[in-house]
Ligand binder design. Structure first.
Ligand code: E4P
Length: 219
């Protein structure tokens, strides 16, 4: 399973890249707005920090402008996955860019029917937003189960399920049980994955007991 970080904060990306566990980055207009940075410059810098796909979202909603924006974003780096909304125009852009060899991440997916459309449009990734579904009293992880089941029935569907709007470690664990290909998580959620009180307690005991031996492993 691949781990992407859902942030446009360069320092967070650098820190998490240092763990060796990061496979890519997703951004969106809200995350970019928080940084106050120039979008194109920021995305180019992110691409230099990470080895895997970097999702960069178009700003327009009409086909022509989205297409032009997508081509411009794709020209920044072969690592760019152009992010388009799950609309008829977005899927048309997805089909064209994918046919040209550009990775496309179809975002704002909230139903299995939409995920089927994204796969048919040749998306490299589809992003179902589990947290936002939970927020409105709908089972976000149920949607992931449905999409994984449907995609597994059609070997010609090569779209990867990118679980988005992840709010806590159990979203990630459930996504992994279901066989989702990728989860994109805010930095704070990735950090939570490492923690367990018994790990901290156990380590403190081992350190204390080792000191009692009076030994060192290294000279
Ligand atoms: C995914 O690509 C989105 O950027 C993201 O996961 C949205 O998450 P949110 O619902 O926490 O804003």
């Amino acid at each position: 399973m691949k781990f992407f970080v859902d942030t446009a904060d360069l320092q967070e990306i650098r820190d998490l890249t240092a763990t060796g566990l990061l496979d890519g980055v997703t951004t969106n207009p809200s995350l970019v707005a928080k940084t106050g940075r120039n979008f194109l410059e920021l995305v180019a810098e992110i691409c230099k920090e990470v080895d895997g796909p970097v999702s960069a979202e178009v700003a327009a909603t009409d086909f022509e402008t989205m297409w032009a924006e997508g081509c411009k974003l794709a020209a920044i780096s072969p690592r760019i996955a152009v992010k388009v909304p799950l609309t008829p125009a977005g899927l048309k852009v997805c089909k064209g860019l994918s046919a040209n060899g550009t990775m496309v991440n179809v975002t704002l997916c909230f139903s299995a029917a939409q995920a089927i459309l994204a796969a048919k449009a040749g998306a490299a990734f589809v992003s179902p937003f589990v947290g936002r579904l939970d927020d409105v009293g709908t089972d976000g992880m149920g949607l992931i189960a449905d999409i994984c089941q449907i995609y597994s029935r059609y070997p010609t569907f090569t779209t990867q399920v990118l679980v988005a709007s992840v709010r806590h470690p159990m979203h990630l664990v459930t996504a992994a049980k279901l066989g989702a290909h990728v989860a994109t998580m805010p930095p704070a959620v990735i950090r939570l994955l490492f923690g367990h009180p018994l790990t901290d307690l156990g380590l403190a005991r081992f350190v204390a007991d080792w000191e009692k031996t009076g030994q060192t492993i290294l000279p």
